[in-house]
Design a protein around this ligand. Structure first.
Ligand SMILES: Nc1nc2c(c(=O)[nH]1)N[C@H]1C(S)=C(S)[C@@H](COP(=O)(O)OP(=O)(O)OC[C@H]3O[C@@H](n4cnc5c(=O)[nH]c(N)nc54)[C@H](O)[C@@H]3O)O[C@H]1N2
Ligand SMILES: Nc1nc2c(c(=O)[nH]1)N[C@H]1C(S)=C(S)[C@@H](COP(=O)(O)OP(=O)(O)OC[C@H]3O[C@@H](n4cnc5c(=O)[nH]c(N)nc54)[C@H](O)[C@@H]3O)O[C@H]1N2
Ligand code: SF4
Ligand SMILES: [Mo]
Length: 901
């Protein structure tokens, strides 16, 4: 009998319910859980492809010490004794944990308890520092607690949804679908998107404000002043429930539309239109994500937004409020257990002596950290300069995702003791581990996560534990016990950890703390297994909230006097670019990859949308740099360098660039974009400014561009006879694909790079059996070289080289890896790099759920499908997750224009 298990998607903070089905054969499929209140059955492209990422390919399955397999006992003993010795010699602050919003709450709780209550240091920080810490700081300043007041339903109920610094269509696709459906049902609903780039999210916008980087404080500061001028304030709410309004207003009162236009680069008319809409819409939700948080003024941006909601009393009621969209699946759970270096467990404050006392008495711990620990950027600097001598990294890949990533890598190289717990064997971070610990991954472990609307859902195991992998909480509890803290870490399982976490949330909580799930303090293994998704708070003796729960409708906040605070913000924008670094680089996400690609990079389907690292650049800038589409670009900052493919597009503003954060050394030669990002942080939250980096850009000098496909994984290091100036590897159905480029030969050398032994290079790099003669040619006029290696009827690999970016039908070529090439004509078609008369080239993938390429869409459009819906009917494209609908619309518009011409 097939077995179905209800669980939660491990990717974004939407927290969609998933049903995993395991057939008797062991085959796994996933679908959306129709009963889960976050998604009601929907999934996005990443969620839909989950079953493709759970194979054991590349998994870390045994503990390793210094690169060699070791037993769990040896590895755990070594971690415990090294941490204990280091603490004995150098004090508790000489060790650190760097953890992740992708840990489950139970893992996170144990990490925080061990470090803050038993080791006695607060040197535990998390990748949430790079993600949500400005929101946390903004919430705590305004509300006295880190509370997200609203729910997803508010986004559907609003008359105006403002999305600022959020590419919802790609990053929270299921909320985007809910918004799009609500807007379709109620067309009077308005959406304003505030983003320097025109993104897929802008597709739904009634107004897109292409703001200058970090113009948000001026825009929302100006909005506060404008609301005051229009007399749109809720005086009663301000008087009864808040403090500091006059001071906040006085900071921005002089800010006229012209000043805002100057600071934001926006048209005065657009600003006026936005302000008028905001003033006129009682039901307004302002959603924000990394365009707000990841900034040197991130906390002020958050408070500038919250100020406008407090001033109008639009908070905590249906269809209104500020809404921080969390990124990771358990960003919220991490905050609940106090995983940040400046927090204590259960939303208590490390700087408050009473809170420290409460937590210490509850834990019955020997010590309690009495001051903030090092925040991520400072933490890795402390590793670099030797203050931190032992670090344990869990469920995050800082060599890729931290700013000043090259310094982070150097810090790990020089650190005396690095422990890494991961599910994958080879990442840019695991490469530097002294002790490598194999963790259970999604589908293999039990625990809970909290989504953006405070909803706690179970992740459930439906696969057996592979190899010797163990849960993260277990690894830490074992180390704690070996450090002598037996009873406090004697958890029977994740249910026991959750029960303790729930009990702490209720401990001496007389309603003075927002986070209270005391109703679950006595949870048993059985009730934990059966736990249905619920929203916090749920104090002891109460039932789960039947309707959506909201905070602050009663005007009661968590500062000691019960009032919210207006935070005066100064609308200042940095002039960051210089003559030497004239471009403003913005970084972020693409639809089908998750962060450092350790999981999503495994599936050919998710890689097909973008198969290599790229930089978006405006046509005018491209022209000035002498770039044509698909040339390669070198970006440089004082911190580092990257080589990326030019994606020339008017979606970008002139002078501004965008590059994805995903690519890393496992997939490309030089594409860790964080190598370019300085360690510049928000002074309040410590969150890095990853969206506004000054860089120089230049065209890469290329002798020969290449594209290769192969059954075996290409081994670049073997190709030292032809050092490549660039390469990017990606999965492809039936094998691999690779884009690459060779530098021109130095002056004075004979011939050109095209005269090198490319056959020998291909054999070495693509794992072709030596002696296999390629089919191919070299065209003296065009400079094209084509080589295809057949083993009988099977294609093992092919290489296409050209002095210009290679024009080969990529998806068609990849499909040839799995095809049977019985006659010579078919084999020559491969060499030619284009389909013969009988075959169709699908073109670059647009819809990854149904694998539909651009050429298929264009053909269907020519055949009369002129709406996104008609394309959906004909090809299925855009009918599952819907996040390619914007792109389909753009293609249809493009074909209409082409037809009109
Ligand atoms: N596909 C996919 N989805 C994901 C993730 C993923 O890796 N892949 N990661 C998850 C995680 S952890 C997170 S944190 C979220 C992030 O979700 P988002 O924050 O939506 O994603 P980003 O692409 O980082 O940035 C959002 C937008 O901010 C804009 N921006 C840059 N600077 C500014 C500015 O100064 N002001 C304004 N108003 N906008 C600006 C950028 O142009 C970008 O389009 O996504 C989550 N979902
Ligand atoms: N320039 C730039 N940099 C950024 C950002 C940006 O927008 N621009 N965004 C920032 C943000 S918001 C975030 S959230 C970070 C994300 O950055 P990271 O956290 O570094 O990215 P991930 O690839 O999600 O890393 C998770 C790691 O945990 C492993 N893993 C998966 N499941 C488990 C598990 O159950 N247990 C253990 N132990 N390991 C597991 C994965 O294989 C992977 O190596 O990047 C930040 N960095
Ligand atoms: S929106 Fe997509 S990635 Fe996010 S939780 Fe839902 S299915 Fe997973
Ligand atoms: Mo994030």
């Amino acid at each position: 009998m097939p077995v179905e298990t209800k669980t939660t998607c491990p990717y974004c903070g939407v927290g969609c319910g998933v049903i995993a089905r395991v057939e008797e054969t062991g085959a796994v499929s996933v679908r959306g859980d129709p009963d889960h209140p976050a998604n009601f059955g929907r999934l996005c492209s990443k969620g839909s492809a989950l079953a493709e990422t759970i194979d054991l390919d590349g998994r870390l399955l045994t503990p390793h010490i210094s690169g060699a397999p070791a037993s769990w006992d040896a590895a755990l003993d070594l971690v415990a004794t090294t941490f204990a010795d280091t603490i004995r010699q150098h004090g508790p602050d000489s060790v650190a944990f760097y953890v992740s919003g992708q840990l489950l709450t139970e893992d996170y709780y144990v990490a925080n308890k061990l470090m803050k209550g038993f080791i006695g240091s607060a040197n535990i920080d998390t990748n949430s520092r790079l993600c949500m810490s400005s929101s946390v700081a903004g919430h705590r300043r305004a509300f006295g607690s880190d509370t997200v007041p609203g729910t997803y339903a508010d986004i559907e109920l609003a008359d105006l949804v403002v999305l600022t610094g959020s590419n919802l269509a790609w990053c929270h696709p299921v909320i985007y679908q809910r918004l799009a459906t609500a807007k379709a049902a109620r067309p009077q609903m308005k959406v304003v998107v505030i983003d320097p780039r025109r993104t897929a999210t802008s597709d739904i916008a009634d107004l897109h404000l292409s703001i200058l980087p970090d113009g948000d404080t001026a825009l929302f500061g100006g909005l506060l002043a404008d609301l005051a001028t229009r007399g749109m304030l809720d005086r009663a709410f301000v008087d009864d429930h808040t403090q500091g309004f006059d001071a906040a207003l006085s900071h921005v009162a002089d800010l006229g539309i012209a000043d805002v236009a100057e600071s934001t680069g926006l048209d005065a008319a657009d600003i006026e239109a936005f302000y008028a809409l905001f003033a006129a819409s009682e039901r307004v939700v302002t959603c924000y994500s990394q365009g707000v948080n990841q900034s040197s003024s991130g906390s002020d941006k958050v408070n500038a937004i919250i100020n406008c909601h407090l001033a109008t009393g639009r908070i905590g009621r249906p269809g209104m409020g500020p809404f921080s969209l969390t990124g990771q699946p358990n960003a919220m759970g991490g905050r609940e257990v106090g995983g940040l270096a400046n927090m204590l467990a259960a939303h208590m404050a490390i700087e408050r002596a009473e809170d420290r006392d409460t937590v210490q008495r509850f834990w019955q711990s020997p010590v309690i950290a009495d001051k903030q620990g090092l925040k991520a950027v400072d933490l890795f600097r402390a590793v670099a300069d030797g203050r931190v001598k032992a670090i344990w990294i869990m469920a995050t890949n800082p060599v890729v995702s931290m700013p000043e990533a090259d310094l982070v890598r150097a810090a790990l190289v020089s650190c005396p003791f690095v422990v890494v717990s991961d599910v994958m064997a080879e990442t840019d971070t695991t490469a530097h581990a002294h002790v490598l610990l194999p963790s259970l991954g999604w589908g293999e472990k039990h625990g809970t996560v909290t989504n953006s609307e405070r909803r706690i859902s179970r992740q459930r195991a439906f696969l057996s534990a592979p190899g010797e992998a163990k849960a993260d909480w277990w690894q830490m509890a074992e180390v704690a016990r070996r450090m002598g803290f037996d009873t406090a870490f004697d958890f029977a399982g994740p249910a026991a950890v959750f029960a303790e976490h729930a009990a702490l949330s209720a401990f001496e909580n007389e309603g003075n703390r927002d986070f209270d799930i005391g109703a679950h303090a006595d949870i048993t293994v059985d009730t934990y297994d059966a736990l249905a998704p619920f929203q916090w708070p749920q104090p002891a003796g109460t039932a789960p909230n039947a309707a959506d729960s909201r905070f602050f409708a009663d005007g009661r906040f968590y500062h000691p006097d019960g009032r919210a605070r207006f935070v005066p913000v100064i609308p200042a924008r940095d002039q960051r670019t210089t003559a030497a670094h004239p471009f403003a680089l913005n970084t972020g996400r693409i639809r089908d990859q998750w962060h450092t690609m350790t999981r999503t990079g495994k599936t050919a389907r998710l890689t097909a949308h973008f198969a290599e690292p790229f930089v978006e650049i405006h046509p005018d800038d491209a022209k000035a740099l002498g770039l044509t589409p698909a040339d390669l670009v070198v970006l440089e900052s004082p911190q580092g360098r990257a080589v990326l493919r030019a994606l020339v597009t008017p979606r970008q503003k002139p002078g501004h660039l965008f590059a994805p954060m995903h690519w890393n050394d496992q997939f490309a030669s030089a594409a860790r974009i964080d190598a370019l990002v300085p360690g510049l942080v928000d002074p309040v939250s410590g969150q890095p400014a990853s969206k506004h980096v000054a860089v120089a850009a230049a065209k890469l000098d290329v002798g020969l561009y290449g594209f290769a496909i192969s059954v075996e994984k290409p081994e670049i290091s073997k190709s030292s006879s032809h050092p490549l100036a660039y390469h990017a590897l990606a999965r492809a159905a039936g094998g691999w694909r690779m884009e690459f480029a060779a530098a021109p030969l130095p002056l004075g050398e004979e011939g050109g790079v095209q005269d090198r032994d490319w056959t020998g290079w291909s054999v070495e790099t693509l794992g072709i059996p030596p002696g296999l003669e390629p089919l191919g040619y070299r065209d003296a006029v065009t400079g094209h070289i084509r080589l295809a290696f057949f083993d009988g009827e099977r294609l093992l690999g092919a290489v296409f080289l050209s002095p210009r970016p290679v024009a080969v039908a990529r998806n068609w070529a990849i499909a040839q890896l799995g095809a049977v090439h019985s006659d010579l004509r078919r084999r020559f078609a491969v060499v030619a790099g284009r389909p013969g008369a009988e075959a169709v080239d699908p073109g670059a993938t647009v819809c990854s759920c149904f694998n539909v390429g651009i050429n298929q869409i264009v053909t269907a459009a020519a055949g009369g499908c002129c709406t996104v819906e008609a394309i959906g009917k004909a090809l299925n494209a855009g009918t599952n997750c819907g996040s390619c609908r914007a792109e389909i619309r753009e293609i249809l518009n493009g074909t209409r224009i082409a037809a009109a011409e």
